[in-house]
Design a protein around this ligand. Structure first.
Ligand SMILES: *Cc1c(COP(=O)(O)O)cnc(C)c1O
Length: 380
């Protein structure tokens, strides 16, 4: 019996284990120096002024929406082809996620659909760099600026991607960008996330909301002279902190990001070569001027064959997956007013979508097995 090939997974080595062990022997399991060190390293790697680490990518999205001031009566535009968390974070604030379709070829938010979704209530937009391909940030960012909207990039797939001359996370065309360090993402902390921004004010609000809305910063206190123990709770914040144990793992993982990205890019190149002229397979379009980070390798096959191909691959231990069930079709969002709403390009993509194994630990031999099985499954 051959081993299963997951669609994604972490790569952990002895240096990672040693970094965690070192924190476990230190004075600080949480709220210690590894958090700031990890934040500084990711900010540097992405080219952002500030990085605020938190407990996962979902809480990063929630913090970004809170810092943006989203609340009841507000709307934020979200593409339907994403993980539910992108829309959920808007809803956590009492605001309404408003879906706008993706482009059929890149599978990222269609700027025209975003513009058409605008109402007087729109306060923010959350483009998603689907699979690791940056969305149309210049156009989305310029329109958002013109209308006074806040742009939050869901960059959970895109650590290491670039748009033009800047890295994703540099927030060149946005206010904030969020990352996830879930084990299937580029670098793993188990659970973990981060918000990047160039705004001092947003960074301050992100830090405040991350830790109960409580501050000890003398500049922010209403009562200046209460004593050394004194703090104030200024907002209804949360405990969304990430422990030092995980930040040490993240720091160690980040050192390997260039290697992880190179491997993902080599695998993507080999997949694209193998499938370029294979009947029944459509590949994501790659516009010039953007560097893909290849969190996922997605293909589209004829809708009538997708289920059979998925089952065929799973029967052979190839654990292909589907990203994503369009968020507006999930029962919660159907009940929340999206019954009958149609996003034809998102729905057409989903009908034939399949994510093939893509991670830095995937061997050439595993990849050959995947490619051969896709060929066989499609011709069966
Ligand atoms: C993984 C992911 C998230 C959420 O990240 P978690 O760390 O799992 O909470 C959000 N958005 C997208 C697009 C993701 O892929």
């Amino acid at each position: 019996m051959k081993k299963n090939i997951p669609y994604g997974r972490q790569v952990i080595d002895a240096a990672d284990r040693a970094a965690v062990d070192k924190v476990l022997r230190s004075d600080w399991l949480t709220q210690g120096p590894s958090v700031a060190a990890f934040e500084a390293a990711v900010a540097r790697a992405c080219g952002a002024r500030h990085a605020v680490a938190c407990s996962n990518g979902t809480t990063a999205l929630h913090l970004a929406c809170l810092a943006a001031g989203l609340g009841p009566g507000d709307e934020a535009v979200v593409p339907p082809i994403t993980f539910a968390a992108t829309a959920n974070a808007v809803a956590y604030c009492g605001a309404r996620p408003v879906f706008a379709d993706v482009k059929a070829d890149t599978l990222t938010l269609d700027p025209a659909a975003f513009k058409a979704a605008l109402t007087r209530k729109t306060k923010a937009v959350l483009p998603v760099h689907f699979a690791g391909l940056p969305a149309d940030m210049a156009e989305i960012g310029a329109f958002a600026r013109e209308k006074g909207l806040i742009v939050i990039e869901d960059a959970a797939h895109a650590l290491g991607a670039s748009y033009g001359r800047k890295k994703i996370g540099a927030c060149e065309h946005s206010d904030m960008a969020i990352l996830s360090f879930h084990p299937v993402k580029h670098i793993a902390t188990g659970e973990g996330g981060m918000v990047l921004t160039n705004s001092d004010e947003l960074a301050g609000r992100l830090r405040l909301f991350r830790s109960h809305g409580i501050t000890r910063d003398p500049a922010l206190l209403e009562k200046k002279d209460e004593g050394g123990w004194y703090y104030e709770m200024r907002e209804l914040g949360f405990n969304y902190r990430i422990p030092d144990i995980l930040c040490a793992l993240g720091l160690s993982q980040l050192k390997k990001l260039p290697r992880f990205l190179a491997r993902r890019r080599a695998l993507a190149k080999a997949y694209r070569k193998a499938f370029a002229s294979l009947d029944g397979v459509t590949l994501q379009h790659l516009p010039p001027g953007r560097e893909h980070a290849w969190h996922l390798f997605t293909i589209q096959v004829p809708a009538a064959r997708r289920r059979a191909l998925y089952d065929f691959l799973h029967a052979r231990g190839i654990l292909a997956n589907v990203h994503y069930i369009p968020v507006h079709t999930l029962p919660y969002y159907q009940r929340a007013g999206w019954k009958g709403a149609r996003f034809p390009r998102a729905e057409a993509y989903y009908a034939g979508a399949l994510s093939l194994p893509m991670h830095a630990g995937l061997t050439d031999e595993d990849q050959r097995r995947v490619i051969a099985a896709v060929r066989e499954g499609l011709s069966a």
